[in-house]
Write a protein that binds this ligand. Sequence first.
Ligand SMILES: C[S@@+](CC[C@H](N)C(=O)[O-])C[C@H]1O[C@@H](n2cnc3c(N)ncnc32)[C@H](O)[C@@H]1O
Length: 317
Amino acid sequence: MDENNIMQQLLLSYGTPDTSKPPLMETILNCFRNGAKRSLPEIYDAVIAVRPGTKESTIRGRLNENNGKLFKRVARGVYIAIHGSATAILLEGDAWEKITEIETESIDALFADPPYPWLNHHIETGTTRKKDGHLSYETRELDTAILKEMFRVLKSRKEGAGINGQRISGGAHLFIFVPAPTGDTWNHIDSLIKEAEKVGFRFNKLFIWDKINIGMGYNGRNRYEGILFMSKGERLIPYDLSIPDVLSVRRPDIAKCVHESEKPAELYEKLIRLSTRAGDVILDLFAGSANIAMAALALGVNCILFEKKREFIEKNK
Ligand SMILES: C[S@@+](CC[C@H](N)C(=O)[O-])C[C@H]1O[C@@H](n2cnc3c(N)ncnc32)[C@H](O)[C@@H]1O
């Protein structure tokens, strides 16, 4: 069976492509084409194996787990999870490079939990971010280059029915996770907001993730992290108006996490419900545990994820 036949099988199993939606399938096809060394029988087996999908109840059940093996490897650096009509595709690679391959104005909501370097000096003193005295991944500042790309790939306007049937319109949402504002982080957060505004984003407000579980703290015990809520220009009225700006979701025990900076799927679920509807496509630049994919699939939302470190991807397979 050649590559085209496999793609035909895939497309058939998806049903008629919805041309009003971004060509997620095309993204997947491109990933296959880019993978130089792959075994076609392996791809076929993997795709067929995942096609029956994980049952709704199983996905839901996994929202509270941290070790769900959701993804199947289908080509080198390409992993997919399919649930009903929703697909999550996890691509191994550098977010700064991968995002340039995403089509302009194709993403309905963008998530970035970046590997910021702002607290790196605390590693040395051991006051935070400790895992044997090391952070287990590289750090890098979100710079103008990637902020511009983030702006480019997001949809500028979309229209549809909100709750109670009212018409909604506005630019797509961006969520950037940041640590709690402190003497060490306040200026960095402020600079990041200003850089984002320079490329065209509108800063709406700070959301709070109340972790309920109190962590270690050097100036008051940390119980929350921030989420910068931005829009591409005019803000899209949220689809789910029941979501407040303080999101209380218990942080899982670190011993049960597959990733040291893991965010719970329930937290992502709330943000996804705020900004998307079933059939939309979200992008997460720094997947880590890929918990966002579980939340997205449970809501019928397609998801593209990038993660540079294979070790984390392997844990999600
Ligand atoms: C703060 S963690 C994200 C945790 C994630 N939100 C979760 O819930 O598990 C940042 C992740 O970005 C990854 N990363 C670091 N540099 C990257 C890059 N240049 N491109 C893509 N991923 C990168 C790290 O390996 C790490 O897994």
